[in-house]
Design a protein. Structure first.
Length: 247
């Protein structure tokens, strides 16, 4: 008996559908065949480890990016603050230099007016019927002796340093005045000493010697006093403006 296929394409479709691979079925069959729980736990642990490693990698990359941004910001701030610190130190150096110069000028100025203050105070305190014959400095710097060098461990004296001693330009010099005068009234000498001691520029007024001498045929009392200069309180110093007329 002869059969004729009037629709040849239907046979090809049925054959092609039968020849396809069913992946879902294969996976379901594989899972159904795997019945070992340790194998399933190992697979789950591997998947979890991969997930954790990936999460840590992402977290470290994000943190590294943040640290890089912070590092760049810190470097920029460091550069900017370094310039500010350099300028601040330069300004402080200039300020310290000016302060030292001003202090040096003040010290010289204080020393320059020592003797004018002494002579002015002595003249102001001089009572009537009393006159001076000499006012000299009793502790001249040229007569000052260098301190004795301390002995060494072997009992020998160390050599004195060469050159002049260092000069202190910041302190008021110690000036002692030797005053010689005459008076016809012994009470005037007492008043003279009290007035000198009351001066803010003079201290340690002591009577060295007093004796009766003949001056112009009359008996007078000759006296010798020792006095020291002292730095006065700033309130005791009065300054006035100086004006010069130009012709």
């Amino acid at each position: 008996m002869i059969q004729i296929n009037l629709n040849p394409g239907s046979a090809k479709k049925s054959r092609s559908r039968g020849a396809g691979v069913n992946l879902a079925g294969i996976a379901a069959g594989a899972v159904s065949r795997v019945k070992d729980p340790y194998l399933l736990a190992a697979a789950g642990s591997a998947l979890l480890a991969v997930a954790v490693v990936g999460l840590m990698y992402w977290h470290q990359n994000a943190r590294a990016s943040d640290l890089d941004a912070q590092l760049q910001t810190a470097q920029q701030d460091s550069i900017r603050f370094t310039a500010v610190i350099v300028q601040k130190r330069k300004a402080e150096t200039q300020r310290d230099s000016v302060v030292r110069q001003v202090d040096l000028i003040k010290s010289f100025d204080n020393k320059r007016y020592v003797w004018p203050h002494l002579l002015d105070e002595i003249s102001r305190a001089l009572p009537p019927e009393t006159w001076l014959t000499s006012v000299v400095q009793s502790n001249s710097s040229s007569a000052a002796q260098q301190e004795e060098a301390p002995p060494t461990a072997k009992g020998k004296k160390a050599a004195a340093p060469k050159g002049p001693p260092p000069v202190d330009t910041t302190s008021i010099p110690v000036v002692k005045a030797h005053i010689v005068g005459q008076t016809i009234d012994i009470q005037a000498l007492t008043r003279f000493m009290k007035l000198l001691e009351a001066s803010p520029f003079i201290q340690n007024v002591t009577l060295v010697k007093s004796s009766i001498v003949i001056a112009d045929g009359k008996e007078v009392t000759e006296f010798q006093l020792e006095a020291s200069y002292q730095a006065p309180d700033p309130s005791a110093i009065k300054t006035v403006p100086v004006s010069l007329s130009v012709r």
